[in-house]
Design a protein around this ligand. Structure first.
Ligand code: GLN
Length: 200
């Protein structure tokens, strides 16, 4: 059975494990390099990217995750997880590191400090989705290999890029793990199964 890990250093790990379990895959927390070896794909949860970055170094997961991503392991990052998959971060801490993999520039806390958290509708892959944003980033630049999957549809941030895909990597600025709407997780699970087929 397809096994998907959730990076369990900080953030909303349990919510992602729950959403994945509803998508008929084995979902497990990943906290050590040996646990990373046992998963087909990885979810990087929302939380605080500076903390995840620091803990990934402490738990000796930064380089192993970079390596697996470079080898083609599918990964999905929500919010702080999106930041962790970005090649470039604006408004990050100077020592903040990322796993990288998606050729994009993201801006941390982009929606402004006065709106810490809000719900909006996002156009995701042609579908309208309810989306929860919590001190979310947005994407300011995408490289040529990056497909824009979603944008904010209303309000002052309308048109902002909040979901992208590059190869086996998917990232959203919002938190589908908090809404009970499984469409983004299902998209990722399909991507993982497809990657598995391609690798055979
Ligand atoms: N602002 C957080 C960061 O920079 C992300 C917030 C979130 O994941 N909800 O990592």
């Amino acid at each position: 059975m397809t096994t998907i890990g959730v990076l369990a250093l900080q953030g909303d790990v349990r919510e992602h494990l729950g959403a994945l379990a509803e998508c008929d895959v084995l979902a497990r927390p990943v906290r050590r390099p040996a646990e990373l070896d046992d998963v087909d794909a990885l979810v990087v949860p929302g939380g605080e990217s500076t903390a995840i970055s620091k803990l990934a170094v402490t738990f000796e997961l930064l380089d192993p995750i970079r390596k697996r991503i470079a080898e083609g392991m599918p990964a999905y990052g929500s919010c702080a997880g999106m930041i962790m998959l970005a090649s470039e971060v604006l408004d990050g801490r100077p020592d903040q590191q990322t796993f990288g993999g998606i050729d994009m520039t993201v801006r941390r806390n982009a929606f402004g400090r006065q709106v810490d958290s809000f719900e909006d509708t996002v156009d995701f892959d042609g579908d309208s989705l309810p989306a929860v944003f919590i001190r979310a980033p947005w994407v300011e630049r995408t490289g040529p290999g990056v497909r824009v999957m979603g944008r904010v549809t209303g309000g002052p941030a309308a048109g902002r890029i909040v979901a992208v895909r590059q190869g086996n990597l998917l990232a959203t600025a919002f938190h589908p793990e908090l809404t009970g709407d499984l469409r983004v997780h299902r998209h990722f699970v399909d991507l993982v199964r497809q990657a598995d087929v391609d690798a055979r």
